[in-house]
Design a protein around this ligand. Structure first.
Ligand SMILES: Cc1ncc(COP(=O)(O)O)c(C=O)c1O
Length: 351
């Protein structure tokens, strides 16, 4: 019998469910570049309703949604305030600058949440000719690198007040925005109220195969549609990939809350092996960051040993990241904890 594989590398590894595949087979299609694909149009209608924004656009990826937003917000030659380890700054190949022309101004957050006062003091006006003026404030909710942590709505509102006073738009990388909504138990429109542009991924916790939807109002979206077309984001019979996303968006919170509960169980299991491994207070959604510093300066060997046993995760320096998703269940969590305890034992003895 083949050895079971427990894939915790990301919530992007999910495969479409049978209901999603049936929806693909039934989806009415057309040339979405001409507004003729009824399935894409329906997905965009749902996204408008969910976000409370005037317009929404289906795009092939989240990175493209970020780029189209930076271009549409006219950031070239100006600064974009970003959290220090935000995905848009730290994990998108420098596209913010290379394509968007923006100078990133990293600000250190606390578990991914920026302090409104820190944002305020990072804003640069246009008065001093030596400075690149602030053109955009970028937020990320949930915050991937911090372990899927959630930025409170009140903090977003406070940052939005500061931004409005300074005449600067706020952009939200909401790759896992529905995870944030499920955690906070609010409709995502409550979160989106505090930003001018927002996108959420369809291919992460939601389980769709491809894409993201970018949403915003009036003139911003006119520019974003042009920018996306320029970036190569114009699609044709894209209903094929929009149809599974529509299925996923029917009632997403119970599915995501199940992922969150499994992440809690995994985090508690790891913490029971050694309390230094996990910061339990900050496991909020579907990501568990496990820190092995006490046992090894680099997590590579531990992660490789886990992989040998069929437990797949990502690592960077002394951190191993586990992500729960549709194909992870209680048995996978129990197996991961058991294998982790066994793999750690020699490192524990040597430490
Ligand atoms: C927070 C965050 N932003 C942006 C992205 C990029 O999304 P995509 O892979 O769809 O380009 C990711 C991908 O994992 C992400 O986690």
């Amino acid at each position: 019998m083949p050895k079971p594989v427990y894939d915790f590398r990301s919530d992007t590894v999910t495969l479409p469910t049978p209901a999603m595949m049936e929806a693909v087979a039934r989806a009415p299609l057309g040339d979405s570049g001409r507004g003729d694909d009824p399935t894409v149009n329906e997905l965009e209608r749902i996204a408008r309703e969910l976000t409370g924004k005037e317009d929404a656009l289906f795009l092939p990826s989240g990175a493209m949604a970020n780029l189209a937003s930076v271009l549409a917000h006219d950031c070239r030659g100006g600064e974009a305030i970003v959290e220090e380890v935000a995905h848009i700054y730290n994990s998108e190949g420098g596209g913010l600058s290379v394509v968007g022309g923006a100078v990133p101004r990293p600000v250190k957050g606390r578990y991914g949440t920026l302090e409104p006062a820190d944002v305020k003091s990072a804003i640069r006006g246009a008065g001093d000719l030596a400075l690149a003026p602030t053109r955009l404030i970028c937020l990320e909710n949930t915050h991937n690198a911090s372990g899927g942590t959630v930025m409170p709505v009140a903090t977003m509102a406070a940052i939005h007040d500061i931004a409005r006073e300074a005449g600067i738009p706020v952009h939200l990388d909401g790759a896992r925005l529905l995870n944030a909504g499920a955690y906070l138990d609010v409709p995502i429109a409550e979160i989106c109220r505090h930003v001018e542009s927002v996108w959420f991924a369809l291919c992460k916790g939601l389980g769709g195969p491809v894409g993201a939807v970018l949403a915003g109002d009036g003139a911003f979206m006119t520019k974003a549609r042009r920018a996306a077309k320029m970036l190569g984001g114009g699609m044709r019979q894209a209903g094929l990939i929009a149809a599974p996303a529509i299925v996923a968006l029917k009632d997403p919170y119970p599915v995501l809350r199940r992922d969150h509960a499994l992440a809690q169980a995994l985090a508690r299991g790891l913490a029971a092996i050694d309390s230094s491994l996990v910061d339990l207070a900050h496991v909020q959604t579907n990501i568990v960051n496990c820190f092995v510093d006490r046992f090894a300066p680099d997590a590579g060997a531990i992660n490789a040993a886990l992989r040998e046993r069929g437990v797949l995760a990502n690592h960077r320096r002394s951190k191993i990241r586990f992500v729960t998703h549709y194909h992870i269940d209680e048995a996978a969590v129990a197996a991961a904890v058991r294998h982790f305890a066994e793999v750690l034992e020699p490192f524990r003895k040597a430490a």
